[in-house]
Design a protein around this ligand. Structure first.
Ligand code: GCU
Length: 344
């Protein structure tokens, strides 16, 4: 499946080069005959995923308001490469936007580590309120401009939980010796070390095959990975330890944003809000539908363990990350205010 995607990507780029219709330059401007700039957005999710619905709504908005100058194209399912590769393509301006997880962004700017801390938020309400506060997000989202990237919106990606092929996870010790796929992020690797499992970092698109081949004993993600990505065909235990509430991020090429006029930027900002609103409106139903399908068609068992022992095992990570990045302390403190206001 993966190599098929890559072939699609290569043929897309190859055809573009041959026809000259999508000549990519440093700033991503196309030499289309009608001279409109094609705005390419890549992401890893399926075409029915809430992220994709949000981006389609964004495309419709820009095409309607600025269609004489821009044409937005949304590429789902890792068609333009893995998430890391797409962030790199966005960085160079080969594409204009990518939806990336905070875990992947951590390798571009260490400030993003804060959002990967397990049990950072005490409740969904605390999480959403904190992510809407620029005092929390600006110090992180604006750190990558020198690297050519800027985060323009956060998207709900639910809660991440462990799921396994055959070992039910009821307590941290059940993870001992298991090979668990995590995203390619030092924080996530450390998280698994604290739990006693063996972290196996890899890209999202490789997980299904690795589970099937027995290279992995499990992974961790929200419920949509079971259905949209088929992991529930192989993994029969999904355990709500609730270790992370991590947003997905819409990340833009910095130069592209800088090149917009004030009027255009205002329209793009409206568009970023549309992505968020559309994605959020679809999220809860998508999770409920995924859970229903996983339970009734894929026969996944959902487990509800006591989360306290998991939280205790992973707690040292907060101190470790703050000690290594003292500049994150004010953001961390602000998040604690939201945690106190919106308790579980
Ligand atoms: C979720 C998340 C993605 C991420 C994926 C992963 O699906 O929304 O952004 O890439 O998990 O685990 O890699």
């Amino acid at each position: 499946m993966r190599s098929m995607k890559r072939r699609t990507f290569l043929s897309l780029m190859g055809a573009a080069a041959v026809s000259g219709s999508l000549m990519l330059t440093g700033c991503g401007r196309s030499a289309d005959s009608d001279d409109r700039k094609i705005i390419r957005i890549g992401h890893v999710q399926s075409a029915t995923h809430p992220d994709h619905l949000g981006l389609e709504a964004f495309a419709a908005h820009i095409n309607e308001k600025l269609g004489d100058k821009y044409r937005v194209e949304v590429y789902p399912s890792e068609l333009l490469g893995s998430q890391t590769e797409m962030v790199q393509l966005t960085q160079t301006g080969a594409i204009d936007f990518v939806v990336a997880s905070t875990a992947i962004m951590e390798t571009f700017s260490r400030q993003y580590q804060i959002f990967n801390l397990p049990y950072l938020f005490s409740s969904v309400d605390a999480y959403h309120a904190a992510m809407e506060d620029h005092e929390v997000t600006d110090p992180i989202f604006l750190t990558t401009s020198k690297a050519g990237l800027e985060t323009v919106a956060w998207l709900d990606a639910g809660t991440r939980n462990f799921y396994t092929v055959k070992t039910p996870i009821n307590q941290p010790s059940d993870l001992k010796g298991l090979k668990i796929r995590v995203q390619q992020s030092p924080t996530n690797v450390e998280m698994m070390r604290l739990l006693g499992g063996t972290a196996t970092p890899m890209g999202f698109g490789d997980v299904y095959t690795a589970l099937q081949a027995g290279i992995l004993d499990g992974a961790e993600n929200n419920e949509l990975a079971l259905t949209d990505n088929g992991h529930g065909d192989i993994c029969k235990y999904y355990s709500y330890d609730m270790h992370q509430m991590v947003p997905d991020l819409l990340v833009a090429n910095y130069e592209f944003l800088q090149g917009l006029s004030a009027e255009e930027r205002a329209i793009f900002d409206e568009g970023f809000q549309i992505v968020k609103d559309t994605e959020r409106a679809a999220w809860e139903d998508a999770v409920a539908a995924a859970k229903d399908k996983a339970e009734n068609e894929q026969h996944v068992n959902f487990l509800y363990p006591d989360t306290a022992p998991f939280q205790e095992a992973m707690a040292p990570l907060h101190g470790e990350v703050l000690a290594a990045n003292p500049e994150l302390q004010p953001v961390y403190d602000k998040i604690q205010e939201y945690n106190a206001e919106y308790t579980a």
